[in-house]
Design a protein. Structure first.
Length: 335
């Protein structure tokens, strides 16, 4: 099947902070399943990253780090397009056009804006308010068939649908209205220190988060100190969130079912169980870390990946934006 015949998958991630087990098992591993059946665009949203205080040099480094991690996790650049948002002309143009259609109240009601603006106070930039319009543009500019997102992005995708419908009704059918697609196959990894909450790189207690690039000794220490529950049964149960989380991690690493693991560790103590979980996490991350170390310092290679992917992304964006410019009444440049 040629790329023109394949359905298109698009998803984007910000180049901020290290990726962790939750990112890998809940998202990236699922993305890999699309590589042979779809044309895949994986964007690095560096334009979104500047909506909060940041250091430019760190942002540039984070982009290279994320490209290297994506590849190390199995996103083969020969089978997909790993592109940088700012390399593709049209994202900001479309974001402005969509923002002009979007009522201000809808942007002000976005949960992410309310939370982050409350922290920044009067210093908050307007970019944070218009963040959802840019995200809508990221999605609609590629007219993707599948847009896998996390539950925390539900509100933004719903706004994207609203703006696509409003544009189509105002000017004529242009955008594919994206369906909300939250993959159900990804493991829901929780914090090792607070298993009622998801694993997060913004967690104040970093002992609860296992990063993909953590050294084996660090991984073993974090899992060894993971919060467990009263009693001694190694079973997945609502009243045992700590053990349930470790079983989920072990299942994700080994491909074995929770029931199989419960049977294997029946009668064993928490210490032996935690050691087994740590062993499997270290084993799972070893090839990822090995590849990362081999390619992360090769900026020429990473730049080549970004350049080749940007060309493919730009071709697809151009097809859509030529229609948008014409429909909204923008004059073409006469040469």
């Amino acid at each position: 099947m040629s790329e023109e015949q394949k359905k298109v998958v698009l998803t984007c991630a910000q180049p901020s902070g290290n990726l962790h087990l939750g990112n890998y098992f809940g998202a990236i591993r699922n993305w890999c399943s699309y590589l042979d059946s779809h044309e895949c665009f994986f964007g690095i949203a560096n334009m979104h990253a500047i909506t909060v205080p940041y250091v430019p040099a760190n942002l540039r480094k984070s982009v290279y780090d994320l490209v290297a991690i994506f590849i190390s996790c199995g996103l083969d650049p020969e089978k997909c397009h790993i592109f940088l948002q700012s390399h593709v002309q049209g994202h900001s143009d479309l974001a402005w056009i969509l923002a002009c259609l979007c009522p201000l109240g809808q942007l002000e009601r976005m949960t992410q804006y309310k939370q982050k603006s409350a922290k920044q106070g009067e210093s908050v930039g307007a970019g944070l308010l218009y963040y959802p319009a840019l995200m809508a543009a990221d999605i609609l500019i590629y007219n993707a068939d599948v847009v896998p997102v996390g539950e925390d992005q539900r509100q933004h995708v719903e706004l994207t649908r609203d703006l696509a419908i409003k544009f189509n009704n105002t000017y004529s059918d242009t955008f594919r209205v994206p369906d909300l697609f939250i993959p159900q196959t990804g493991a829901r990894i929780k914090s090792l220190q607070d298993p009622e909450r998801k694993m997060s790189k913004s967690d104040a207690n970093q002992s609860g988060c296992v990063y993909l690039l953590d050294e084996p000794t660090v991984i073993r220490k974090k899992i060894g100190s993971a919060v467990t529950d009263s009693g001694c049964e190694i079973v997945a149960r609502e009243d045992k969130p700590g053990i349930s989380n470790l079983l989920t991690i072990l299942s994700a690493c080994t491909g074995r079912t929770i029931a199989e693991l419960e049977a294997e560790f029946a009668g064993q103590n928490y210490g032996a169980f935690k050691a087994a979980v740590a062993d499997e996490v270290v084993k799972k991350l070893e090839p990822i870390q090995k590849t990362y170390k081999e390619i992360s310092g090769d900026k020429a290679y990473l730049d080549k990946v970004l350049a080749r992917s940007a060309e493919a992304a730009q071709r697809r964006a151009n097809r859509l934006m030529s229609k948008v410019y014409r429909k909204v009444g923008f004059n073409e440049l006469q040469k």
